[in-house]
Design a protein around this ligand. Structure first.
Ligand code: CA
Ligand code: CA
Length: 966
């Protein structure tokens, strides 16, 4: 019955529901019987505790007295939340209305919702008459809520023999009460020759009969829907397959009933539904209800898409974010008369243990014609295919279609104008060589012993890089500063080679040939490249380099950190040594006990040309592989292997060494009975037997073995550069034991930490080991793009900058922090990067090469004093600290009329406190060029705006050139 599609339903005659209030109550039907699916556990006899049949006139619900009643007292033991009363009138009646009385004895009673359904004797299905919220609450009833309630359900002379009244409480501790149910006949004759009265068991069986709804004028109430994952809750939705609207819990007009998808470790993060409205309908609005009984229910994001029958793709109607605290979520999606036959609702949870509720969906008709001659209703498998049909997302520039924002690109001309305007601002930007060496080392921090390469050095108790020129340096790097970064691209073909229909239009494949590539991830288009070509014209690659180099200096960045880089951008950089392709692997990890590991490393390092880079002063150092080490899961896997795995043999050797070569003791610890250590290597060992100290020691031994081999191999090819570990995520695919096991073999620990707290640095302060954070970012859900995670999610572009300031200043205040790499230069594509579909907006610029200036303005200001923050160990800089960071002045340029003073962060102001030659450099900064080259001594005063505190710099010498001859 439930699997039948709506076409069958359309053939049923549905009497209209007409509001016809009775002027005087006709007498109630006096003959009949009823029973309960949950017998009352309180209230009056004879109903209390009874699962049998209660004839009218005897049972408390039909004794014509509101003083007698049935109660369901809630407790931890009464797990049910719903009670159904099934009534048999023993013949058909034209029913005028049903009167239901619920008089609560006190405020702990209440009925959250009530539904009534009826069927005539000959009707196979019930028709839902009323489903609505009543007067129950999650807590004791509020003081202004009356205790006595009567609900009149108008049936308008509908023919009914069977009536089911379902009452629901919000939680199992609430009490429910019913005093009386009276059924009042209207005009017409009772049915003749009825079938015999139903027994109590037969009555209860009625509860599972299908229920249909009467279509409402102005609403789309006919159709079928399907969920990609069968819900656990909701009848009949939880049977799976296609559900006709009139029977489903999503169209029963009650928001306490619905479908539910329980969360678990294996539950999908996203649940999708598709609704077939059977023909194109002009929709005024779609309203979606999601009522959560408690905070364990909900979802985080909702996306609604639609298509008309003739469209090949879906378009987005809306995207919404739901607050976890919003237990009565409701989303009204305005459709403004758009035609839709198919509507999809996608619900996503970031925490997959969260249960997803969907209570009710309403389609309201707008003005316009309903589609004529529609194709037949989609069957289950066709509906399922709808769920994977693409949604159009991006315009010809790769921008999100469904939002406007200031600066959204509307023409190639706009891009070209922006290029000229930005260059006007950038053209004078250079690295200030009075304050920095050419690598970005800070001269004010004093010269150290230089060796021609980047070094790591502890100065006054704090770790720094020292540049090849000998000045302290904190890496303020950016990742993937390259036009060629694969992660900026997006697939334009499906795996089967057909076009990927998510774009409004694609760049011309001939004119923008360079934007297209064939990769092992698929056919890729880069809107970044196409937009650069549009923006910069024929010399786009070099123009991009010129812009990029000056942007990075302007924003205060000083290096290229992880991943792809443009080799023609001359800045300090970090290089990767990828893992050899032929390493022995355990899960994701590498087996460093492989006797061939060293030789494989040597081959890889030779093929990468590491030796040729050994003399490059701009290279800071190497990281090996990426985000991959050992944790207890790797050890568990090793222990299950036999002796052909080198790590397993190493484990046995470790255990023998650690336990005095005592085989009996090792067998006893591991719960094995191997006759020898050699034999033990072939025994599958349960990791649960392994003592924690042995787990720790073995992971540390593996790490030490690993990093020793890598250091040695890189060092043979390149003895000059630093070894910076392997960019580990401290809590994923590695752990602290792995990080510290090989710590003596690395010059610095490099990590990838997407967080808003720098607490991760604390253990390395204890160990006194320098640390790099090679991937971090702050992003926001906007313009069709997403934030990478909750900890780093910002609410706006400017807040991305605020979070940057807070995070990097806290990092820099740590004595072990030596720098970081912002991930990444450009946003990912709205249509997702190849492979994993990531679409995060963590760029300094969007894919249209437009900087996020509200963020980069804050970054510029932050980066200006990051070395002072590191030197002083605090982000809360005083006027003295800022004054102490100024030790040099740029020489006055020829023809200059004002002196060029150092930049200070916005929280501080700077002025000339004294000039040794006010006639040459006046206190307001004006310069009168002297007859001969002159040295003027200036003292600058720094004021901290927040409290007016001031400090003076040391006397600063300034060279002023002689006036040119007239
Ligand atoms: Ca009664
Ligand atoms: Ca519902």
């Amino acid at each position: 019955m439930l699997s039948k599609l709506l076409t069958a339903f359309l053939l049923l005659a549905v009497p209209p529901l007409v509001a016809a209030p009775a002027s005087a109550d006709p007498p109630a039907v006096a003959s009949g019987g009823y029973t309960y699916d949950q017998p009352p556990n309180a209230g009056g006899a004879p109903d209390i505790g009874q699962a049998g049949l209660q004839p009218f006139g005897q049972g408390v619900l039909a004794d014509a007295s509101v003083a007698t009643r049935a109660e369901w007292v809630g407790s931890a033991a009464t797990a049910y939340k719903e009670v159904s009363i099934v009534i048999d009138l023993r013949r058909d009646y034209p029913v005028d209305h049903i009167s239901i009385v619920s008089n609560a004895p006190n405020r702990y009673y209440g009925i959250k919702s009530i539904s009534v359904r009826t069927r005539a004797e000959a009707d196979p299905d019930y028709t839902s008459i009323q489903s609505q919220d009543w007067y129950g609450t999650a807590n004791p009833l509020p003081a202004d809520e009356p205790l006595n309630h009567t609900l009149d359900v108008d049936l308008g002379d509908r023919t009914a023999r069977m009536i089911i009244i379902k009452i629901t409480r919000l939680h199992q501790y609430q009490h429910m009460v019913l005093n009386e149910i009276s059924i009042h006949p209207g005009a017409g004759e009772p049915g003749q020759s009825p079938a015999p009265p139903l027994t109590a068991d037969q009555l209860r069986a009625e509860i599972t009969e299908p229920v249909k709804q009467i279509p409402r004028p102005g609403m789309v109430d006919l159709g079928n829907y399907l969920a990609d994952t069968t819900p656990d809750d909701g009848v009949p939705d939880n049977a799976g397959g296609a559900v006709p609207f009139p029977y489903g819990a999503l169209f029963d007009r009650g928001v306490t009933s619905g479908a539910g998808w329980r969360g678990s470790a294996t539950a999908p993060k996203t649940v999708s539904l598709v609704f077939d409205l059977l023909a194109d309908h002009p929709l005024d609005d779609i309203t979606i209800f999601s009522n959560a009984p408690n905070q364990y229910w909900g979802f985080d994001e909702i996306t609604v898409t639609y298509r008309a029958e003739a469209d090949t793709t879906y378009r987005i109607a809306t995207k919404g974010v739901r607050a976890r605290t919003d237990l009565a979520y409701q989303l009204a999606v305005p459709m403004a008369g758009k035609q839709a036959r198919f509507v999809r609702i996608q619900l996503s949870r970031t925490n997959q243990f969260l249960h997803i509720p969907l209570s009710e969906v309403q389609f309201t008709l707008g003005a316009g014609q309903v589609g004529q001659n529609p194709a037949p209703p989609l069957d289950e498998s066709a509906l399922r295919q709808e769920l994977t049909r693409p949604t159009r997302l991006a315009d010809q520039y790769g921008q999100y279609l469904y939002q406007d924002w200031p600066g959204k690109v509307t023409s190639d001309d706009q891009l070209r104008t922006e290029a000229r305007q930005e260059w006007d601002r950038l053209k004078t930007v250079t690295l200030d060589t009075s304050e920095h060496d050419k690598y970005g080392g800070v001269k004010a921090l004093g010269k150290q012993q230089a060796n021609g390469f980047f070094q790591l050095k502890k100065i006054d108790g704090r770790w720094w890089f020292v540049t090849p020129a000998g000045y302290p340096f904190l890496l303020k790097g950016v990742d993937s500063v390259s036009q060629d970064e694969w992660g900026y691209g997006t697939l334009h073909k499906e795996p089967d080679g057909s076009p990927r229909e998510v774009f409004e239009s694609l760049p011309d494949p001939v004119a923008y040939k360079d934007a297209y590539s064939t990769t092992d991830r698929g056919e890729v288009v880069s809107f970044v490249k196409a937009n650069l070509m549009r923006k910069y014209g024929h010399d786009w690659q070099d123009d991009w380099r010129r812009h990029t180099a000056k942007r990075l200096i302007d924003w205060g960045f000083n290096g290229l950190a992880k991943w792809a880089r443009d080799p023609r951008l001359r800045m300090p950089y970090i290089d990767q040594v990828p893992a050899p392709p032929d390493v022995v692997k355990v899960l994701w990890a590498i087996d460093p006990f492989d006797p061939g590991f060293g030789a494989k490393l040597d081959t890889q390092i030779a093929s990468l040309g590491v030796a040729a880079r050994s003399t490059d002063p701009w290279l800071i150092g190497y990281f090996f592989d990426n985000e991959r080490g050992w944790d207890s899961n790797v050890v568990k896997e090793v222990l299950l292997k036999d002796g052909t795995l080198p790590a397993k043999r190493a484990f046995v050797t470790y255990m023998a060494d650690a336990h005095g070569q005592d085989l009996a003791q090792v067998n006893s610890i591991l719960g094995t009975d191997a006759p020898s250590f050699e034999a033990l290597a072939d025994v599958a060992i349960d990791v649960a037997r392994l003592p924690a100290e042995d787990m720790t020691a073995f992971i540390r031994l593996a790490s030490k073995t690993y990093y020793t081999a890598i250091r040695e191999s890189i060092g043979k090819a390149d003895p000059n550069h630093l070894f910076l570990g392997s960019a580990l995520v401290p809590t994923w695919h590695a752990g602290f034991d792995w990080i510290v096991g090989g710590i003596d073999q690395v010059d610095a620990v490099s990590l990838d930490v997407y967080s808003d707290t720098a607490d991760y640095l604390a253990p390395y302060e204890t160990l006194d080991k320098p640390v790099l954070n090679l991937e971090y970012s702050f992003s926001t859900d906007d313009r069709g793009l997403r934030a990478i995670n909750a900890a780093t999610r910002a609410q706006s572009i400017a807040e991305r900058g605020d979070k940057y300031r807070s995070f990097v200043e806290t990092e820099a205040a740590s004595p072990v922090f030596v720098g970081s790499g912002w991930f990444v230069y450009y946003d990912q594509a709205v249509t997702g990067r190849p492979g994993d579909g990531e679409n995060y907006d963590f760029g300094l610029l969007n894919q249209q090469d437009q900087p996020y200036t509200e963020m980069t303005d804050i970054m510029r200001d932050t980066n200006l004093t990051l070395e002072a923050v590191h030197r002083n160990g605090t982000g809360d800089l005083t006027a003295e600290m800022v004054a102490a960071s100024i030790t040099r002045l740029s020489p006055v340029k020829k023809h200059a009329s004002v002196v060029s003073l150092p930049r200070t962060p916005q929280a501080f102001s700077l002025e000339i406190a004294s000039s040794s030659r006010p006639d040459v450099v006046a206190p307001d900064g004006t310069v009168r060029l002297p007859a001969g080259k002159t040295t003027v001594t200036l003292t600058l005063r720094i004021t901290r705006m927040s409290d007016g505190s001031t400090a003076s710099t040391i006397p600063l010498k300034l060279t002023v050139p002689k006036a040119p001859r007239k």
